[in-house]
Design a protein around this ligand. Structure first.
Ligand code: ADP
Ligand code: ZN
Ligand code: ZN
Length: 746
């Protein structure tokens, strides 16, 4: 083949140019272009030079030669990301439905200059008693960040300025003051290297338990026999999964391969990272969202050059350009954050399966509450299955009390705190033990429940809660079914039937009124606007600067709090009625995790779950910490209703500012889908309003399509794309988005 032509994807994030353009390769560039390379090309009538990515090189021309323009040059700093990332982007485009350029931007790191100030190393200048005194002083004065810096520096040789700033939350001012006082010393560095350098080299290897060793042996024996597949590792928090991951990684590394470890951003704490550093030292790098694009790019470059063998990070660490990838680990695989909110809406688990397949790597999924999808595949033997039964250190699970809020109302208690929870809080405050209060707000989108009997209004066609629209209308977001609002509960006649509206702020106010002496911290969207607010609140709570921490889902993960002996879940139901098929699964996971926060230290813990539906299986099994029973009920429900993982589901979101026209278009689209559906076996539901019916003046409507074969849904997506291409030309203001096996609702 001669490299006569290059197919190029234009770097303009617009669907109108979402196809490759062919350019001639000029003599000067022959032999110099490769897939993934960034180039400059003349584009449009004015032949303005813009950037593009080379997708492929070919000798087959698609246009008459005289119409074909020439590639102008290789773009400055034009990285030649290997062709496989371009292939990955193409796979994502095909399987998730997005523009090619959006997919490329997701998988290719962007080169940007790293600020010089950040390229500095920090060393400790003091030791012995001096260090001890400084640590003591920082503790006393609640200089949490400073304390963490000193602690970190006493375990490692050096760490980078940016790591101190972003991972430890120390301010630049503090660092300068510490340098001035002679506590630390900073050195400029030119080459990019690790954010931490462990002192002494790898250590921290623990002798595995029999149970752990068997899992590692079984995995490595497969590995050495060239068996590559996906495994699910199921074990409660604290059962030693992380130790198992580390041994698996060590085994794979000894074969000359590399590993990627995905950990949800929220759980990617300094403590976790340090454990890996102690075990693997300089062979590791970490990325997270607080790094700039340039810093992330630097770390990816180091992976490409073979300077590191392990990359730890959130979802995007999946795109680390290792050349010899042998293992991908996804910890807490059930986490919603593994599904991207932006375009393309890829799921890290599926994408990891694809990447592992292409690279001849294995994939290990770990969780204390596996996703129904992963557990289902393990049951069907599509995945290998490992189980860790016991917990380390012999710590007991907390005692759990479930309080029926309907009974509280009958007793005349209309506050958000049951008598039991109130009493237990009082008791803890007296004993100076800590309390976490968890408000499950995720589901709140105006669904209706009866506070006397717990009745929830559901769609007769979908078994999904109806949602309040305005004052007088209830709507199903799957099929569009509508019913008038209720003034009285149809079950028991109670007038207390309404949308549930409680926020963390109201909870805080209420507590201040009940326990004026208590020190309260609140963590929600409002109190965590700035980058390191989240860390600050958690470390203040860990430092016992508050008695009570109130929060949403954010507080159930991450840090360990040994002094927390009581966890209260204020309204467990809220996420049960979220109006999507994953409501019970999400609720079970959240409750199990929330309950698990109590009693991590030496004092036994207790948890109080307040609910209007104490009989709901997600609540009952979470209180018993019984995953298997939960799974059995849940999968039975998914089978009956035909929801994922039994069937795959494609959500198609249409948006436009013109509601009337949007409605006409989507009705027509649904009609044509239904016409074609018979032959394809598509099951079409809708159209209906999205849960959030309007954002920024754009109306949002949905169609759902289900099929057991994912490929058939990809075909449905292609069908819909072709159909809409014309429509979009007709009406500039129309967008169509695809979401496969949706997880986070609309
Ligand atoms: P998980 O990842 O499942 O939450 P970890 O791997 O973090 O569990 O283990 C929980 C705790 O038990 C950690 O402090 C860890 O060091 C300890 N641990 C795990 N395995 C062993 C072992 N084989 N021997 C001693 N301690 C262990
Ligand atoms: Zn009722
Ligand atoms: Zn319905």
């Amino acid at each position: 083949m001669e490299d006569k032509y290059a197919n190029i994807c234009v770097d303009i994030s617009h669907e109108k140019v979402d196809r490759p353009f062919q350019y001639k390769v000029p003599k000067a560039l022959k032999g110099k272009l490769a897939p993934g390379m960034q180039v400059l090309i003349p584009f449009g009538r004015g032949n303005k030079l813009i950037k593009g990515y080379v997708l492929s090189i070919t000798d087959v021309s698609e246009y008459p030669d005289e119409l074909c323009k020439e590639v102008a040059d290789v773009a400055e700093g034009g990285i030649s990301a290997e062709g496989r990332f371009v292939a990955l982007a193409a796979w994502m485009r095909a399987n998730y439905g997005s523009t090619l350029i959006a997919a490329l931007k997701t998988v290719l790191p962007v080169k940007e200059q790293v600020k010089q100030a950040l390229k500095r190393d920090i060393y400790l200048n003091i030791s012995g008693q001096d260090l001890k005194d400084r640590l003591e002083e920082a503790k006393k004065k609640h200089h949490v960040a400073k304390e963490r810096l000193l602690e970190a520096l006493s375990t490692v040789e050096t760490l980078s300025y940016s790591f101190a700033l972003m991972q430890l939350g120390v301010s630049g001012k503090t660092l300068q003051a510490m340098e001035k006082n002679g506590i630390i010393r900073m050195e400029e560095r030119t080459a990019s290297r690790n954010p931490i350098k462990a002192a002494g080299g790898p250590e921290g290897r623990i002798a595995l338990s029999l149970e752990q060793q068997e899992i590692v042996d079984s995995f490595l024996s497969d590995y050495k026999n060239k068996i590559r597949k996906t495994y699910l590792l199921y074990g409660v928090t604290g059962s030693g999964k992380t130790e198992v991951y580390m041994e698996m990684i060590a085994g794979v590394l000894s074969e000359g391969k590399e590993a990627i470890v995905l950990i949800p951003e929220i759980a990617l704490t300094y403590q976790t990272v340090l454990r890996f550093y102690k075990r693997f030292g300089d062979r590791i790098s970490v990325i997270h969202s607080r790094l700039s694009k340039g810093e992330r790019f630097d770390q990816f470059e180091r992976a490409k050059r073979g300077e590191i063998q392990i990359m730890i990070g959130p979802r995007s660490a999946l795109f680390t350009p290792f050349s010899n990838l042998g293992l991908i680990i996804i910890d807490e695989e059930h986490e919603g954050s593994y599904k991207s909110d932006g375009m393309p809406k890829y799921h890290a688990r599926e994408t990891a399966e694809y990447i592992a397949g292409e690279n001849g790597a294995s994939l290990v999924l770990g969780s204390a509450t596996p996703s129904v999808t992963a557990y289902y595949k393990a049951q069907k033997k599509e995945y290998g299955f490992f189980r860790l039964k016991s917990r380390f250190g012999g710590k007991n699970l907390p005692s759990v009390y479930t309080v029926d809020l309907r009974e509280e109302l009958k007793k005349g208690n209309r506050s958000m705190f049951s008598n039991l929870l109130y009493e237990k809080m009082e008791e803890r405050l007296k004993k100076k033990e800590q309390i976490m209060l968890f408000l499950n707000r995720r589901g709140y989108a105006g669904f209706i429940t009866c506070r006397s009997c717990g009745y929830v209004v559901k769609c007769p066609h979908c078994d999904i809660s109806l949602t309040e629209h305005g004052k007088n209308k209830l709507v199903c977001h799957y099929c569009g079914y509508e019913a008038p609002s209720y003034k009285k509960c149809p079950e028991c006649g109670s007038p207390y039937i309404a949308g549930f509206k409680v926020g963390t702020e109201q909870v805080e106010e209420r507590i201040r009124a009940m326990f004026p002496e208590a020190r309260v911290l609140r963590m929600d969207k409002d109190t965590t606007r700035k980058k390191d607010d989240y860390e600050k609140i958690l470390s203040a709570f860990a430092g016992r600067e508050a008695d009570i921490l109130i929060g949403t889902q954010m507080i159930v993960k991450g840090h360990d709090f040994p002094y927390v002996t009581l966890v209260g879940v204020l309204a467990a139901d809220l996420s049960l009625s979220a109006g999507d098929y994953r409501a019970a699964e999400r609720t079970f996971q959240l409750l199990t995790q929330a309950v698990g926060r109590a009693g991590r230290g030496n004092t036994p813990g207790e948890a109080v779950i307040q609910t209007y539906r104490p009989e709901h299986y997600a609540v009952v099994y979470a209180a018993n910490q019984d995953y298997e029973s939960f799974y059995k009920e849940e999968i039975a429900y998914r089978k009956v209703c035909g929801y994922p993982p039994v069937l795959h589901m494609l959500a198609v979101l249409f948006t436009s500012a013109d509601e009337q026209r949007l409605w006409e278009i989507i009705k027509e689209a649904a009609g044509m889908l239904r016409e074609a559906a018979g032959a394809k076996g598509w099951r079409v539901i809708g159209p209906a309003d999205a849960a959030v019916g309007k954002i920024n003046d754009a109306y949002r409507k949905m169609i759902y399509i289900r099929h057991e074969d994912y490929k058939e849904l990809v075909a449905a997506k292609d069908f819909m794309e072709n159909l809409m291409e014309e429509k979009k030309k007709e009406y500039g203001d129309l967008s169509v988005y695809f979401d496969f096996d949706p997880m986070n609702g609309y």
